[in-house]
Design a binder for this molecule. Structure first.
Ligand SMILES: [Zn+2]
Length: 237
């Protein structure tokens, strides 16, 4: 109270300038690190970075929107002009539209292809589109069709896993269990030493058993899965 200075307020005198500087310079992860930003930002710049970060939710939504607009423009060009377009271009666009959740448009694009059932890849993509659009009966038919098109054990296993996961989604647990067990049989009968894949299947079998309140079976499957995976595997909780 005896100090006559007008510029030095109590507030400024109490502020620990050194500590403040240290805190300001602590480098923090960008809040959008999970979206892919690897920037380390001094604390004092964080607000600024958040506004400009290319991985911010708003910026990403913007980017996705732009990508989708581009795909839609391409679809218009493919479907409403006389310019010839190859099946492989149509396939790529169908895939992009599927990834952008534009299922009806993906289906429309797919419909323009001249040879629809010629390759496994195409039938599987079609199955994924129907599955993600909630058309489970169609998806199932396509997965079965794809299954018959291949004799590769690993492709068949992937298809059975896709089927099983879809059955879980629609709460058809018996069917899910059958699909996963079938996948496991194929793995065994081909003497494939794919421990990661086996663990993944066992994990799914455990999940189905849990859904069916069959806890003994679930525990057994989970334990077997755990005994297979290495410590660095992402299957391990
Ligand atoms: Zn960032």
């Amino acid at each position: 109270p005896q100090c006559k200075s007008t510029s030095l307020t109590e507030n400024i005198l109490l502020k620990n300038v050194v500590l403040q500087r240290i805190v300001d310079n602590i480098e923090l992860d960008c809040p959008y690190v999970l979206a892919g930003c690897s920037a380390k930002v001094p604390r004092c710049d964080l607000e600024n970075h958040k506004q400009l970060c290319p991985y911010s939710t708003a910026k990403l939504a913007d980017k996705q929107q732009q990508k989708l607009q581009k795909s839609i423009a391409l679809l218009t060009q493919y479907t409403e002009t006389a310019i010839p377009v190859s099946d492989s271009d149509l396939y790529d666009l169908t895939k992009a539209l599927h990834e952008q959740f534009a299922y009806a448009k993906a289906r429309k694009c797919f419909g323009k292809m001249k040879t629809k059932n010629s390759s496994l890849e195409i039938v599987i993509l079609q199955g994924h589109i129907e599955r993600d659009d909630g058309k489970y009966t169609d998806a199932l038919r396509l997965y079965d069709q794809a299954y018959d098109m291949t004799t590769s054990p690993s492709q068949r296993i992937e298809l059975l896993l896709a089927k099983g996961r879809m059955f879980i989604k629609i709460a058809k647990y018996i069917e899910a269990k059958d699909a996963f067990n079938h996948a496991l049989d194929i793995l065994h009968s081909n003497n494939q030493s794919q421990t990661q894949k086996k663990a993944e299947i066992l994990n799914s079998i455990g999940l189905v058993a849990k859904k069916r309140s069959d806890y003994d079976h679930a525990l057994r499957a989970y334990n077997e899965a755990l005994s297979l995976v290495s410590t660095d595997s992402n299957l391990r909780p």
